[in-house]
Design a protein around this ligand. Structure first.
Ligand code: SAH
Ligand code: SF4
Length: 396
């Protein structure tokens, strides 16, 4: 469900992009350069008989300048610009809606190739010094966590690398080009939108490489965070290939409760997940911490005993805890704990030696809470249908 018109300060519906190149039956298929990592871009230039260093030049145009027009890439020869326009393109997702909230949060609804929508949210903090972009990795999600509205939508498909980095590209283009490192339109990226990033590994990793690349978005590895519900083998693979910050959606300290909230726990239990976290930290180039995400749900995981179990569980793991008050959606069957209860939970953890941060909900008036981004999903798993049926049965 996208509540695209509700309660925003400045709603701005934008025209859909032209789809001529994609839909023409006679035109040769153009290679989209947007989602290519440096390595892939270098291979592309070699494949058209050009030198490798062209990759860095074109990456700068695309990701630093936000340019999608080869003709404007003036440090390339005219012949190369013409050649590129014959064989390649820079095609980002179409912006169908852009809104800003009274607290400064901005949201974009983007249309991807098959007409699905994904959402991207830019959340300002620290007096505007930090601007965190919450990026989606899939249309829907197959993992069906019981408290997550994306999970209730079922799974449609993986986003391509171009569609993932395209979210950063659109946000940066909209806020303004990156002229200097002190004034970045996007300072942090969290893979906490729709979808489970480690279930779309092959597209998420090249996109994150671009986030880190100096000719891409130039973000430090501490400022790019992948959030996962715990796909253990892929955490190991990730640590072998790229060094980014890792957030684990834990939500419970016992296997019994976690399996109820995060069904994936039946496959990869808490012990195996924490072991994978230790292995991941051992591979990081510098001293790092895991972020533990804990969605606080009233009377489910918000009692003192839960805080004690959590503290005991995390004793050995270098980590920081983020408490996320449950964000209600219709017929979820769960409730958000009161502010007092949230603070009590935080205090229990504090007394047990942990500083936990309660994540405030931002962009409420544009339906933009991170982790709550919901697109128009064509449900391949028919989960949404079953969910609707169960709601109707409940209502009868
Ligand atoms: N699939 C990944 C990343 C996307 S979800 C993951 O699960 O980590 C991003 C975060 O939002 C996760 O920590 C998730 O547990 C949390 N989340 C999902 N639904 C929520 C809800 N209704 N209220 C609060 N947090 C929620
Ligand atoms: Fe998927 Fe994450 Fe939602 Fe679970 S919480 S259903 S893994 S998006």
């Amino acid at each position: 469900m996208i509540d695209a018109q509700a309660g925003v300060d400045r709603p701005r519906a934008l025209p859909h992009r032209t789809l001529t190149a994609m839909t023409s039956t006679t035109a040769p298929r153009l290679t989209n350069l947007l989602g290519m990592s440096r390595q892939q871009m270098e291979a592309f230039f070699l494949s058209i008989g050009e030198k490798k260093f062209r990759a860095a030049q074109v990456m700068k145009w695309i990701h630093i300048e936000g340019c999608d027009n080869f003709a404007a890439m003036t440090n390339l020869s005219k012949a190369l610009r013409t050649r590129l326009s014959e064989v390649a393109e820079v095609r980002g997702p179409g912006v169908v809606y852009e809104g800003s909230s009274s607290d400064g949060t901005r949201k974009w609804v983007l249309e991807v190739e098959d007409g699905s929508y994904v959402e991207t949210v830019l959340i300002p903090a620290d007096d505007g010094k930090r601007r965190t972009l919450c990026v989606s990795s899939q249309v829907g999600c197959s993992l069906d966590c019981s408290f997550c509205s994306t999970g209730k939508q079922g799974f449609q498909r993986n986003l391509t690398a171009a569609e993932i980095i395209g979210q950063v590209w659109v946000a940066q283009r909209s806020v303004g080009p990156r002229r200097d490192t002190a004034n970045r339109p996007v300072t942090n990226v969290v893979m906490m939108g729709m979808g489970e990033p480690l279930m779309n590994y092959d597209n998420v990793v090249p996109a994150m490489k671009l986030m880190l690349d100096d000719d891409g978005y130039g973000l430090s590895k501490r400022r790019v965070t992948l959030s996962t519900s715990g796909v253990v083998p892929m955490i190991d693979k990730l640590g072998d290939e790229i060094d980014v910050s890792l957030a684990i959606s834990l939500h419970a300290a016992t296997d019994e409760l976690r399996s109820e909230l995060v069904p994936l726990n039946r496959k990869y239990n808490i012990r195996s997940l924490l072991d994978a976290c230790h292995r991941y930290l051992a591979k990081c180039a510098d001293t790092r911490m895991i972020t533990i995400e804990y969605t606080l749900i009233k009377d489910v995981n918000d009692q003192q005993a839960h805080a004690e179990q959590l503290a005991a569980l995390l004793k050995e793991l270098p980590c920081k805890i983020n408490l996320i008050p449950f964000n209600p959606f219709p017929h979820s069957g769960y409730e958000k704990p009161s502010r007092n209860q949230q603070m009590r939970f935080q205090q229990w953890l504090y007394d047990l030696g942990y500083t936990a941060h309660i994540r405030t909900t931002r962009g409420d008036d544009i339906d933009a809470a991170c982790g709550q981004l919901v697109g128009r999903v064509k449900d391949r798993t028919r989960r949404h249908e079953r969910y609707i049926q169960s709601i109707q049965i409940d209502a009868d």
